[in-house]
Ligand binder design. Structure first.
Ligand code: ARG
Length: 460
């Protein structure tokens, strides 16, 4: 039976009930719905809007329902219209007329806006520590491989030397920004919408500050129309999740590449790979691929929310019921991806010798060779650049690298070269010399990794 039965002469078409209902999506907010109602009932009692004894009864009855739902003794009716109706219906079944007083000075429109904020606040409370755990693992592995020289790439071509630790710390930076974006979104979400009523507030003497205090909000909404029609927080959290997924997807793309036999930079632990049904030799990085793949659905969730909102007149419209499925999916998916990713990074083996071999083979010290001519021989950079390009071409012709090319070959192209060039292009020196802040010198990488770990420690 519907709460709003009075106005209608017919029962709703039974075939439309599933379409209209949101219980399958919003039943997960049962706890927040009930705690929001407890605070509302308490404030109503304190303000004398309902009798104090009835307020007490409502609060106790609501907490009983919460206990019964969480212990599994009260199953949620899958045919209910939504979680708000279900809880109120159950309360009235248990308390009779007292139960009917709960919805005084409230609408489902401000109620659902409240529940979503409370629920999403709790989700962020679990998600952000998980993101921090991921950053921690990356920083620890970076510390461990601060001096493992590898090629850095541009255009997927070997470019200049970096270290494996430096590469991992790039992801720490991205993810630290993600954490701060989630924290920032949470600050804007920290506003109580309850009291906005259906759209125009209420004539009852509410104490909204008191409700806010009871529910741990630092502010109350300042415009009733905005309070019930604002879903910016859903869009913002979906964006935070989408951008984080972009970062995870890029990292996973690299893991997939790195564990291919073309690279063999890393070996994933068997526990995080799968085999093939036909090819006995296969060890596939399915989990990394799935994380990369799941980013798409999170972008879809964000697009869905933005598109749903863009044409809505003020204030509440039923379209907005679509917000929850999308934002829940975005955050669920992100959480789901973090679970295998953290141990996968923790257990992967870094094949340092393969990193070193790739670094040695790609002329990634060519810039350093040109810089040697500039710094030690006073050659203008553009000339040094051309000479080194010719040296590289000569190496390719002879099947040599800059390290193995005889000095006579160097001097044939530019008589200023001497033995000193070999130490100038030594890979370890090339990396160690990049000491300005943000550079890949192993000492920098160690310092930055420790800074990241300290920051995580402080905010834990
Ligand atoms: N299930 C609805 C939602 O999620 C609750 C609000 C319904 N309000 C209304 N007037 N139909 O948005």
């Amino acid at each position: 039976m519907k709460l709003w039965k009075g106005r209608f002469q017919k029962e709703p078409d039974p075939k439309t009930n599933d379409f209209n209902s949101s219980i399958s999506v919003d039943s997960r907010m049962a706890r927040q719905d009930i705690l929001g109602s407890v605070a509302h009932a308490k404030m109503l009692g304190e303000q004398g809007i309902i009798a104090p004894e009835e307020s007490e009864k409502l609060q106790a009855g609501l907490l009983d329902i919460l206990r019964d739902i969480e212990s599994g003794t009260l199953p949620i009716d899958p045919d209910a219209e939504d979680i708000h109706t279900f809880v109120e219906g159950e309360l009235t079944a248990r308390l009779g007329d007292t139960g009917k007083r709960l919805h005084t000075a409230r609408s489902r429109n401000d109620q659902v806006a409240l529940d979503a904020r409370l629920y999403l606040r709790d989700v962020c409370g679990e998600l952000v520590p998980q993101l921090r755990a991921l950053i921690r693992v990356l920083a620890r592995r970076a510390l461990e491989h601060a001096d493992a020289v590898m090629p850095g790439y541009t255009h997927m071509q070997r470019a200049q030397p970096v270290t494996f630790g430096h590469h991992l710390l790039a992801y720490c930076e991205m993810l630290l920004r993600d954490v701060s974006r989630f924290e920032d979104a949470q600050k804007r979400m920290d506003v109580l919408p309850l009291g906005a009523g259906a759209l125009a507030g209420t004539t009852y003497p509410l104490d909204r500050q008191r409700t806010a205090e009871l529910l741990g909000f630092s502010q109350v909404s300042r415009n009733s129309l905005d309070a019930v029609s604002d879903r910016d927080f859903c869009a913002e959290l979906a964006f935070c999740a989408a951008l984080t997924m972009t970062h995870l997807s890029r990292l996973c793309e690299e893991l997939v590449l790195w564990c291919s036999w073309e690279f063999r930079f890393i070996e994933l632990d068997d526990a995080f790979c799968t085999g093939s049904s036909i090819m006995p030799q296969k060890k596939n990085p399915d989990l990394a691929e799935l994380i990369r793949g799941k980013s798409g659905r999170v972008f879809g969730d964000l697009m869905g929310i933005l598109t749903m909102l863009k044409g809505l007149p003020l204030a509440y419209n039923k379209d907005m019921q679509e917000d929850k499925e999308a934002v829940f999916d975005a955050l669920d998916t992100l959480k789901l991806c973090l679970t295998p990713l953290i141990p996968m990074l923790e257990t992967l083996t870094v094949r340092r010798e393969a990193l070193r071999a790739a670094a040695a083979g790609g002329f990634i010290n060519a810039t350093d060779c040109a810089d040697y001519l500039v710094a030690q021989k006073g050659v203008p950079f553009r000339d040094a650049y051309r000479i080194t390009g010719e040296l590289v071409a000569r190496c390719i012709q002879l099947g040599e690298t800059l390290e193995t090319l005889p000095l006579a070959e160097y001097q044939a192209l530019c008589p200023l070269f001497d033995e000193g060039v070999y130490s100038a292009i030594d890979l370890d020196r090339c990396v160690a010399g990049r000491t300005a802040v943000g550079g890949p010198a192993p000492d920098n990488v160690r310092r930055e990794a420790r800074r990241v770990l300290d920051e995580l420690e402080e905010s834990a």
